[in-house]
Design a protein around this ligand. Structure first.
Ligand code: SAH
Length: 210
């Protein structure tokens, strides 16, 4: 159920859906997705689908994790990445294999505690977590080479643009509660170049801190 062969099948599927970055695919082969969810759902971990992780939140569909990670890295390797919405920790764990340092913020304390213990279990010591509101970014650690939001605001928070390094890339779903456009925004000095990737469906990025 959770064997390497099952994981390989998922990787083949991602490839057939257009994921080309071999480093991203290798990271997704290596990081076991089943430990990022409750035991009752673990048998479905290698299906290409989003799954509930409690507190009304979900672990994203593997295809979307791959697509967003690929978009984030499409300009080359990155040193520091900020993630908004740690959730289960899966996306952060994939990033941890691909960039130097991952900073991830989550508003639900219980999810963050679980995610942190998974990073420890996998020996991912380049992930730093913070229990805070993603609308504030992570000021002390800014600027970031990349920012990835896995919860959707109605519009791009200005703070996140400000916390991007020159040349940095922001991957973010933007829209209402049900459907959003996944955007790739690249900072060039004080200019922001925007590309629309595809339609997605994320949980909302909530206001009001914790
Ligand atoms: N990246 C996650 C999926 C996250 S689901 C994974 O790989 O499992 C979205 C997460 O964003 C939820 O856990 C939710 O609690 C969190 N979230 C929503 N609004 C937030 C905000 N304003 N600040 C921080 N986290 C937020």
């Amino acid at each position: 159920m959770t064997s390497r062969r099952t994981r390989l099948r998922l990787i083949d599927r991602l490839r057939s859906e257009g994921i080309k970055n071999e480093a991203v695919l290798a990271a997704m082969l290596e990081i076991p997705r089943h430990i990022f969810m409750g035991e009752a759902l673990a048998s479905r971990a290698y299906e290409n689908t989003a799954l509930p992780i409690g507190y009304g939140q979900t672990i994203s569909q593997p295809y979307i994790v791959a697509r967003m990670t690929e978009a984030l890295l499409s300009g080359g390797l990155l040193n520091t990445v900020l993630e908004i919405g740690t959730g289960s920790g899966y996306q952060a764990a994939i990033l941890a294999r691909l960039v130097k340092s991952v900073y991830t913020v989550e508003r639900i304390t219980a999810l963050l505690i679980e995610a942190k213990s998974r990073f420890q279990e996998l020996g991912l010591d380049n992930v730093k977590v913070q229990n805070s509101n993603g609308y504030d970014g992570w000021k002390d650690q800014a600027p970031f080479d990349g920012i990835i939001a896995t919860a959707a605001p109605f519009e791009v928070p200005k703070v996140l643009l400000e916390q991007l390094a020159d040349g940095g890339r922001l991957v973010i779903p933007v829209g209402d509660q049900y459907r959003q456009v996944l955007k790739l925004i690249i900072r060039q000095g004080d200019q922001f170049k925007e590309e629309q990737l595809e339609m997605v469906s994320f949980v909302p990025m909530l206001h009001g801190g914790r």
